[in-house]
Design a protein around this ligand. Structure first.
Ligand code: GDP
Ligand code: GDP
Length: 465
């Protein structure tokens, strides 16, 4: 389990520039489907031996840039509550603002590692801008330039050391064969009602397991001889009426539970339909590569059911194309409708998610696919697919060795994945495909010589004759 580090600070101090500098990514996340772009607000980073997940809290609400707005303050406060470590970014050009003082004051009571990065110190001759930040009473302000990279190395070395000292989060072992299920959704869609309804069933054995050494508590339940670990759900189950109204969606909590789950249940409110935030939440599940099931809860309130389902499904398939493989189900936590079917869907999604495909079959499928529709030329050269193998499950991940990995167009990749799906019935799980240059080709490119390679396409063709 990687620690989650939240970048906080008032608007315009350079949080997203800082995020991009450290993660090496550009602003937007481009999915396999053109037209679907979202702001990238989280990324996994490895710096020397330290691995962590970095979250740009500024990215949560790009549109609201008024630093004193309640939204901005809430969002900072919540990130500080939920993350394992905090980086407060300050603006070395603008100097200390009253809001910075409030933030630092708030952080004083937090028992988590906190780093103070004074940004926009673009070189040694700007370092004098650092001095006024000592007035904030912070121990070690780091001078950095997110835009130009100044000071970032030193900062990251210290952050990395803190992460190593932080140590791995120890987890109590859940039964190995249990299926990890995360329940996600906007506040008030009915997550806690649904979980309580599920757990209220007879024939279901329930116990609490500490999820991590931190505040998360999982619920283990058994049903029809299988065990399921409902991740980080104890808190949702027991939430009081008072906290309910104050509850906000926490991206950090969602990322944390997605990191540990096999299948995410993305709960929607049938009364509200498919909202933008539902799609964002589904996007986090997609980014984490887990299986997913959409649940249209509060179905008891829907009038024209057939018509509504059709409309919602169309909307979902359009707006959450990236999860087009995820099944959807209408449920009601109040009447219990559909609730037990959730497990059937989870079982099937999990079966596919953990599926291992034989190398022979995989190569036969790909050879056929390549033969049926050849890839377009890459810089005038033919692409050759030599060999493919599934390197891991959860989700099924396939590595294809080709002569020009960079020459495989995303639409061709999608075609190949769809062929694998069609031939294997893996239609409800994410499937990853990665293209790599074959060792021999890499060497040959380096030496500029070699004889013609035997392609996957040719092999497959020969086998069928
Ligand atoms: P955020 O609102 O905190 O995410 O801030 P942004 O990352 O969007 O940056 C706000 C502005 O500060 C942009 O115009 C950036 O180009 C600028 N900026 C960010 N980092 C630096 C830096 O290191 N030096 C300078 N001079 N400008 C920076
Ligand atoms: P959470 O914030 O996602 O955990 O949502 P809650 O479980 O607290 O539910 C929010 C509100 O929706 C409560 O008033 C519930 O009684 C109501 N609710 C939850 N599920 C259903 C449902 O299936 N049908 C109806 N009609 N109301 C529901």
């Amino acid at each position: 389990m990687k620690p989650i580090i939240a970048i906080v600070g008032r608007p315009n101090v350079g949080k997203s520039t800082f995020f991009n500098r450290i993660t090496g990514t550009r602003g937007a996340l481009v999915d396999d489907f053109p037209g679907v772009t979202r702001d990238r607000i989280h990324a996994d980073v490895t710096w020397e031996d330290a691995s962590f997940t970095l979250v740009d809290t500024g990215g949560f609400l790009k549109e609201d840039r008024d630093e004193f707005s309640a939204l901005v303050q809430d969002q900072i406060y919540q990130a500080v509550q939920d993350a394992d470590m905090i980086v407060l970014v300050l603006d070395g050009k603008a100097g200390v603002s009253p809001f910075d003082m409030d933030l630092v004051e708030m952080l004083r009571s937090v028992r988590k590692p906190i780093f103070y990065a004074v940004n926009k110190i673009d070189g040694p001759d700007h370092e004098e801008n650092l001095y006024e930040f000592f007035d904030l009473g912070i121990e070690k302000p780091y001078p950095v330039s997110a835009e130009h990279g100044y000071g970032i190395g030193d900062f990251m070395d210290d952050l990395g050391a803190a992460i190593s000292a932080f140590g791995p989060q120890t987890m109590i072992d859940a039964p190995r064969e249990s299926i990890g299920v995360a329940v996600l959704g906007r506040p008030n869609v009915g997550k806690s009602s649904l979980i309580n309804r599920i757990l209220g069933r007879p024939r279901l054995i329930v116990s609490d397991l500490p999820g991590t050494t931190r505040d998360a508590v999982d619920t283990l339940c058994e049903f029809n001889g299988r065990s399921y670990l409902l991740i980080d759900t104890a808190g949702i189950r027991r939430k009081s009426r008072v906290t309910q109204r104050l509850e906000k969606f926490s991206v950090i909590k969602a990322l944390r539970s997605l990191d540990r789950c096999d299948v995410a249940l993305v709960v929607l409110d049938s009364g509200a339909g498919v909202t933008e935030q539902d799609i964002k939440i589904a996007g986090y599940a997609h980014d984490r590569g887990c299986g997913a099931v959409f649940l249209f809860n509060k179905w008891d309130m829907v009038q024209e059911r057939k018509h509504t389902l059709k409309r919602y499904m169309e909307q979902l398939r359009m707006e959450a194309k990236f999860l087009s493989f995820a099944p959807a189900l209408e449920v009601s936590a109040v009447t219990g409708q559909g609730v037990m079917k959730i497990f059937q869907l989870v079982d099937e999604v999990y079966r596919q998610y953990a599926f291992r495909l034989g190398t022979g079959e995989l190569n036969r499928i790909l050879a056929q696919a390549v033969e049926r529709t050849e890839p377009s030329l890459f810089r005038g050269k033919r692409l050759k697919f030599y060999y493919a193998t599934q390197v891991s499950a959860k989700p099924p991940t396939i590595v294809c060795f080709v002569n020009y990995p960079e020459g495989v167009h995303f639409s061709y990749k999608r075609y190949l994945i769809n062929q694998v799906r069609a031939e294997t019935g893996l239609n409800q799980t994410p499937v990853r495909m990665v293209f790599r240059r074959r060792e021999r080709d890499a060497r040959r490119t380096a030496h500029g010589a070699g004889h013609k390679a035997q392609g996957l396409r040719r092999k497959g063709a020969r086998r069928t004759t």
